[in-house]
Structure formats: C-alpha cells, structure tokens
Design a protein around this ligand. Sequence first.
Ligand code: JQB
Length: 259
Amino acid sequence: MRIETLSVFPEMFDSVMHASILGRAEERGIFSFAAFDLRDWTHDRHRTVDDEPYGGGAGMLMKPEPLMEALDDLESTGPRPHVIFFTPCGEPFTQRTAERLAGEERLLLVCGRYEGIDERVYARADERISLGDYVLTGGELAAMVVADAVVRLLPGALGDEMSAQDESFSAAGLLEYEQYTRPASFRGQDVPPILLSGDHAKIAAWRRANALERTCRWRPDLIEHADLTDEERERARELIARNAAGAAEGAAATDCGVV
Ligand code: JQB
C-alpha cells in the first residue's frame, strides 16, 4: 500500500510514520509513505493557503486553489488514489472503516487547518472521515490515527500471533478480556487463578465470560450487535440491568458489575 498526506505541516508525520510498528512495516516494504507540503502548490511570495470566509465569521478557511492544484498533480501519476478528507463533519472512523481502507492500493489523506476547507474542494473526496465528536486543530493527527489503524491490518505488519488473537475478539464485537503478565501477585492484587491453571478450555471460557462482563459494564451499546449465543445474550441482559440498577442507587461499582 502507498499512503500519502497533503497538509501544511508535513513534518508532523516524521516521528509517527517512521517509528515502531509503522517504521518496521515500512522497512519491510509493506507500505510506503510520503507527506506532501501544500505550500508547494502556492504561487505567491507568502505561500498563502488560507483566506477569509464569505459571509463573515471568525477565523480563516483553506482556499481552494492550492488544494485543487495539488490534487490534480498527485492524481495525475500512479494508481488512482482513494482520497480522504478529514473533517469533524465526516463519517465516524471505526475498525470497519480501517478494514475497508486496508484493501486500497493508494490512500491520499487530505488534512486541513484553520476553520476548515472551502466546500468546493470536497468534490474531490471519495469520503470524508471524522475521528469522533470533538474538535481538533487540523487533520494531521486524524490522518496518523487512520494510517496506524490501517497499516497494522496489512499482512505481515504485526507478528502472526497478534493478528490471530485480534480476529477472535474483534470478530465477536466485544471488548477484549483482561490480560495479566508476571508477577502473579503484585501489590496485593492477584492474577485470576484460572489463568495460572494451564487448563486451556477453562481459560478460553473465562476469557469469553470476562469479555462479555467488561462489555456490559463499559460499553453496553456494543452488546446489541455482538455475536453472542442465546445464553450469553441472556447473561448480558442480566448484567446490564444489574449495572443500571446499581448506578441508579449510587452503589459502588466494581470493575465489571455492581456490588
Ligand atoms: C480544520 C479540523 C478536524 C480536520 C477529524 C475531528 O474543521 C474545523 N471546524 C471548526 C473548527 C475547527 C476546525 C479545525 N479543523 C481541519 C480539520 C478538525 C479535522 C477534526 C476531526 N477528522 N475533530 N476535528 N474528529
């Protein structure tokens, strides 16, 4: 895969895109990356990329000409890029979006600044994405989040064990189960004894039940679309009702339920 970004802060991508898992995936040739500087498509002495909004109002907007010319140039070579614009008005980014984007040959991630982009430039977007319901100062961080989530899905980007583990849990639509490493007892907190038992069937059952409990406690909204057995769905209903009752009473909540 090829990932390209277009922004006025290309240097923001340097550390994130070349460190850790992304850096290793790049060295292995799993993806290649380039950050383009929008100011390279300006023609004035001040390399202007912003202008005042028609109709008035606070702040500035990205003017259309540099963006349009940059897109003309970048789209004129190589495979047709899938063009994504980041905006708080976009569709929410989810794991499903990441899985779909991982199938693209070339992603062009367009990152605005100021109060946003002249509306006419969005004609060039294949899609508009938002990370979530909060306001960032620009699209660069969103582009790095998307690149990170997409690259780790590319074959070979992670170790084999990790990708296999992923599948079994994101597939069910539940939160991950609790995880522990050594020491078995730490500052008065013990690892659940089943995990030390060596009984793999019991461990798998405990993990599944734990994932269900945690999801009911922290993200009950996920239960409706989770892939559950009839028995698990009934148990989830009980847990969610119990948590709601406990919350209403103002009782102390434990990690996965209410006492
Ligand atoms: C400028 C951005 C995000 C890109 C994502 C997310 O767009 C704006 N509108 C009003 C005030 C400020 C801005 C700042 N801004 C370009 C730009 C914000 C993305 C953004 C985003 N993706 N929140 N904010 N989830």
